[in-house]
Design a protein around this ligand. Structure first.
Ligand code: NAP
Length: 213
């Protein structure tokens, strides 16, 4: 873990961990992180772009360095947001449990809150060591408006009773934006202005990302 981040976050009591592939990051992610920060009283939110998302081995994803750069420039004006290369630097698939263990080692006294999209979280039963994930962190599940998750949530609660008091649902209207929607608009040569920060759009254009999707 980056020394400067360790130093800054060591004073935190409640630490948000924003996990995602971020291909690309957009305003939906940023609003979700800010809403989680405010609603759950988090001191900081640490964005952790997945190095090798374990469930996307066969999919083409953008180079991790570019995804990290897009995250970095998107959060630079929010003093409560930081970005870490912890998953990018770790070799092999980016399992959330490994990341949480590492963070718990660095921040043993802090309350950890893992924030991710509800669609991603609904698969948590298939992730590596889900029960351990709930032991190490509370989970904040950010959903699109109108997302129907009750059936899946009931399954998670019944399989892992520990999750009952450790799983928070946040509805984020801005999550009507999605990375796949942005990639498909760029592929169809359509404007993506106002869906993500201008500087990220510039980086996407300079590197000709998503033109052949
Ligand atoms: P994904 O499958 O690409 O995304 C599923 C859905 O969740 C998409 O609608 C996505 O929207 C949304 N989403 C993803 N991250 C989000 C976030 N931080 N805030 C709000 N919405 C979000 O999921 P992913 O991004 O690759 O993975 C999400 C997290 O789960 C990552 O930290 C990943 O490492 C972890 N994960 C762990 C395991 C494991 O440990 N075995 C397996 C799978 C995922 P967008 O496309 O717009 O982002």
């Amino acid at each position: 873990m980056e020394t400067s981040i360790k130093k800054t976050l060591s004073s935190a009591k409640r630490l948000g961990i924003m996990g995602g592939t971020f291909d690309p990051i957009h305003y939906g992610h940023l609003v979700a992180a800010e809403t989680a920060r405010v609603e759950l009283g988090l001191d900081y939110v640490l964005f952790i772009p997945a190095g090798e998302p374990p469930h996307k081995k066969k999919l083409k994803i953008t180079d991790a360095e570019l995804r990290f750069k897009m995250v970095e420039i998107s959060i630079k004006n929010n003093e409560y947001f930081k970005a870490s290369r912890i998953e990018i630097n770790r070799k092999g698939p980016s399992y959330t449990i490994d990341t949480l263990r590492e963070l718990h080692r660095f921040f043993p006294k802090q309350d950890l809150f893992f924030i991710t999209g509800t669609d991603a979280m609904m698969d948590i039963l298939a992730w590596r060591q889900p029960e351990e994930i709930f032991k190490l962190a509370k989970v904040i599940s950010a959903s699109r408006p109108g997302y129907e998750s009750q059936k899946h949530l009931a399954e998670i609660y019944s399989k892992f009773p520990i999750s009952k008091n450790r799983l928070y649902q946040l509805e984020i209207p801005a999550l009507a934006i999605s990375s796949s929607y942005i990639r498909s608009r760029i592929g169809n040569n359509k404007s993506v202005r106002y869906l993500l920060p201008d500087e990220v759009i510039k980086l996407i254009e300079d590197n000709k990302l998503y033109v052949n999707v």
